[in-house]
Ligand binder design. Sequence first.
Ligand code: SF4
Length: 409
Amino acid sequence: MVELLSPGGNLEKIKFAIHYGADAVYCALKKFGLRSQASNLTKGDYLEALDFVHIEGKKLYLTLNAYLFDRDFEELFEIVDFLNEYPPDGVIVSDLGVLNVVYKNTDIPIHISTQANVTNSYAANFLKDFNVKRIVLARELTLEDIRRFKKGTDLELEAFIHGAMCMAYSGRCFLSAYLTGRSANKGDCTQSCRWKYTVIEHKRPNMPMDVEEHKEGTFIFNSYDMCALPILPQLIESGVSSLKIEGRMKSVYYVSVVTSVYRDALNTIIEGGDFKSMIPYYMKELESVSHRPYSLGFYLGQPKQYLKSSGYIRNCKFCGVVVDYSDGMAKIQVRDRIERGHYEIILPNLKRVSLNLDCLYDEDGNAKFYGNPNEFVYIRLPEKVEELSLLRKCHESNSGEVEVQKAVL
Ligand code: SF4
């Protein structure tokens, strides 16, 4: 069965990803994991995550997909020794030097990162001789490219289904390193492609000119986000083994909602349910998380750039996590201010409990009108909810949903 693979930016997110339906998570230690701004895992966190994931019968893949210099290798060898003692289910690499070290010093299955831009079965089959078991496909491949690729190899293929995209080829980009000294190839991208740029005519260096397509300016390098939900059946049929959600830097709410939507969608497809009729509901949920307007990525052809703005859209505010429930009262760890009003509790199986909150309580049972981040508050709930359910507040929106669906329906 096709695998649903979710981002594990830290230990907490790994637990939520598994709880909300992921078959596997990918995560990094503090070094060499291509998301240096994510909190990532200490060695202790990694060991706890590995235990947790395996007890749940799921898998954990560790990213070592940065591009390294010779000065980095002493530390890489230390990490490889550690992984030999506590092996993950796969190691994700890009750099040929890292591949060389992992291949020669461990038996851990190797996955080739999307950052390595593998776009054909000939490259994949060459890599097979180095204990490579899986290729994370370059994001620029179309569905037709993937079908052909799969015909040429028996390696597992992994494809992105959701999350941010780069305007550079599979993220092999030097813009951020050039402008800020923070390298995307070391996991430290500043997303410089999203910035606003001006044009300078070379004989008039002091006269920068705005490129203005509308009042906010023009964002010529800004990419759409990917949302491949409407074409999931075609992706499965193309022969991929694993479907990957991007977003190790995103919130617990993002990881939970996106994972649970794709979990339900995959179950519906596999069980022969009416997937098409569920798409509007799934898309509404995917609109609730922080994102840029959605496209289908490159699967049906060039997605083009999103020129209007580089801001994020989100239709719901993530307010808290249920940490306990007893006698009709849920204990909530507050993540964003909670006041009186209409809220929803979301559960892993896509179930939603709607509630009008007219009073909150402290642990002594005293009434409160609001809860602030990092506090614990108690709320009365009409039905029992499990731990790790999430509290959110939503508003209506009309963003990218229609655009993605029009392309397919
Ligand atoms: S600057 Fe933009 S295109 Fe380059 S790696 Fe960062 S997000 Fe990708």
